[in-house]
Each structure stands twice: as structure tokens, then as C-alpha cells.
Ligand binder design. Structure first.
Ligand code: KIV
Length: 321
């Protein structure tokens, strides 16, 4: 393929109603430019085709196929059980929907913890088999070697520091991190090391606003906060939290922008009621035969009635005759 045909860095046409005909494809350079210009970066999770289309058509910069899907889509009580194959499946669905945003695949627990080589091999699967443009890994300085190897393998990597849900057992629950001076310093040091190792962005989750602000000011690469205050270069939320579909008490940092649960509930209850009352489907929601075919059918009905099967009680009369 000629590099002059390479579309992802070029403008691509937009299929959303009313959108401009051409919208530029976003890249990590776009995020870098936004940081430098002081323009906030937007990011959201998406796990399937329909939500990914809505998120992309709204102009969100980065779309994360987060392992949070283990909890909000699959109903597990942590992110730990979701597998590589499940994450690949969801990433492919999102990939088919997204034209402008950067698709980042979250590497599930166990997919990069056993060995660096195993981590690189699994990351390559997200790029090659699912069309992701980058992967995300959780953890601090211990991830530096992996980040370097991913950079060498041409795989952009987003890191994730602070409240890292895959470390729920080590943290003793989903607790805000970096609250002591030593812990805050460690987070800032980890962030600098991950940047030096080649990370293209860092998600800062569940940490005091002040710590996130210091880290953001020390890094050249963008920080994307979730429960880390307003001073990060961008923000990310779990889509299901944003629209009240996660069936759990929202964390302090979640702002709900809609109530999809109420909307869906009303729609589902209305459907059930209409079916039970036989008011759905109605005449306008039914398909019809043409008049000619209906006439033929009616005529056949008359003929068939005349040829109606002989009942058992009459068969002896026929045999005698
Ligand atoms: O899995 C996820 O959704 C995440 C975001 C919360 C950053 O990691």
C-alpha cells in the first residue's frame, strides 16, 4: 500500500447527521498539541458498536475499550476476570464504529503480568487482530521495561497510575491513592519514569487533585484524569456511569449527564404492556398481501372448504359406494 493512501492521519468523511463533511482523524499528536495549547482532551469508554458510534460522532478524542466492561457489561464485581479474547471481541466492535477518535484497548489482568514478551505479544494482537491504535496498561515503575518494548514494537502505550483497579487486592479495595507525601512523590516519580520509557499519555485515577496537578505540570505527555481533579490535560469517564447504566452507587467524581436506565425502563415497560394488551403490533406495523393475492386466497378458501377432508365417520359410506 502506498503511504499516500494511508487514511488514518488524513481527514475522513463524517457520517453523522449535520456534521461537517470532513473531520480530521485524531492521533496522539492531536492530544499532544491540545496539551501544549491548553485545550482539554476528551475521552470516554465504549465497548460496542452503537455506543462507540455515538461517542465518536460527538467528537470525543480518545475512545477506551476499558476492562471496566468486565463490571458494567459482563456483571463481574471486579475487572480481573475479563479475558484477552473478550477484550479483543469488544475492541473489534468499537473499531468498526470509530472513524475519528483514537481507539485504545485496555490490556486485561494477566495479559502483561507474566512476562514482558507475553505482554508485547498480547498488545500486538490488539493492533493486528482488533484494529486498536494503542494499548493501556496499569502500574508504575514496574511497567517501564514493557513500555520500552512496546515503543520499540511501534505500539503506542497509555499508562495508568493511582487507583488502578487491577490492583484491587493489593490496595485493599478501590481507595484513593497518593494521599501521603511519600505516596504522592512515588506517583510523580513513576509518571516521569513511564514518560521516559515511551508512554504516549497517562491516565491518572483516584488521587488528590493536587498530586494530579503536579504530575501534569511535570510531564510533556498528556495526563487524562478520572477522579483526579480538573487540572489534568483531559478527562475520562466510564460511559455507563455518564448515562446511569452501571447499577452501582456512583463514585464522588462521576457526573451523570443522562438517565439511560430510566429511558430504557420506560421503553421496555411500554413494550411489555402493549404486547400484553395486544395493541402491538397494530395494522400500520403489519405487512399486507396485495388485493389480487388476497382474492385468490379467498377463492381457494371456498374451494378448499368444498374439498374439506372427509371425516372418519363418513369413510365407511365412501368405501361402500
Ligand atoms: O477500564 C476503564 O474503563 C479504565 C478507565 C476508568 C480509565 O481504565
Amino acid at each position: 500500500m502506498s503511504i499516500t493512501n494511508f487514511r488514518s492521519a488524513d481527514a475522513v468523511s463524517d457520517r453523522s447527521a449535520g456534521a461537517q463533511a470532513v473531520t480530521p482523524k485524531k492521533t496522539f499528536q492531536t492530544l499532544q498539541e491540545k496539551k501544549q495549547a491548553g485545550r482539554p482532551i476528551t475521552a470516554l469508554t465504549a465497548y460496542d458498536y452503537s455506543t462507540a458510534r455515538l461517542v465518536d460522532e460527538a467528537g470525543v478524542d480518545m475512545i477506551l475499550v476499558g476492562d471496566s466492561l468486565a463490571m458494567v457489561v459482563m456483571g463481574y464485581d471486579s475487572t480481573l476476570p475479563v479475558t484477552m479474547d473478550e477484550m479483543l471481541h469488544h475492541t473489534r466492535a468499537v473499531r468498526r464504529a470509530v472513524r475519528h477518535g483514537i481507539v485504545v484497548a485496555d490490556m486485561p489482568y494477566g495479559s502483561y503480568h507474566v512476562s514482558v514478551a507475553g505482554g508485547v505479544a498480547n498488545a500486538a494482537r490488539f493492533i493486528k487482530e482488533a484494529g486498536a491504535e494503542a494499548v493501556k496498561v496499569e502500574g508504575g515503575a514496574a511497567r517501564c521495561e514493557l513500555v520500552e518494548r512496546l515503543r520499540d514494537a511501534e505500539i503506542p502505550v497509555v499508562c495508568h497510575l493511582g487507583l488502578t483497579p487491577q490492583a484491587v487486592h493489593r490496595m485493599g479495595g478501590y481507595k484513593v491513592q497518593g494521599k501521603t507525601l511519600a505516596a504522592a512523590e512515588e506517583l510523580a516519580r513513576d509518571a516521569r519514569m513511564l514518560e521516559a520509557a515511551g508512554a504516549v499519555a497517562i491516565v491518572l485515577e483516584g488521587m488528590p487533585r493536587e498530586v494530579a496537578a503536579i504530575i501534569t505540570s511535570q510531564l510533556q505527555i498528556p495526563t487524562i484524569g478520572i477522579g483526579a481533579g480538573p487540572d489534568c490535560d483531559g478527562q475520562i469517564l466510564v460511559f455507563h456511569d455518564l448515562v446511569n447504566l452501571s447499577f452501582s452507587r456512583p463514585a464522588k467524581f462521576v457526573r451523570q449527564y443522562g438517565d439511560a436506565a430510566a429511558l430504557f425502563r420506560t421503553a421496555i415497560e411500554g413494550y411489555v404492556q402493549d404486547v400484553e394488551e395486544r395493541s402491538f403490533p397494530d395494522e400500520s406495523e403489519s405487512y399486507h398481501l396485495s388485493k389480487e393475492v388476497t382474492d385468490v386466497l379467498k377463492a381457494q378458501e371456498v374451494t378448499d372448504a368444498l374439498r374439506a377432508p372427509v371425516t372418519a365417520s363418513k369413510t365407511h359410506l365412501i368405501r361402500k359406494a
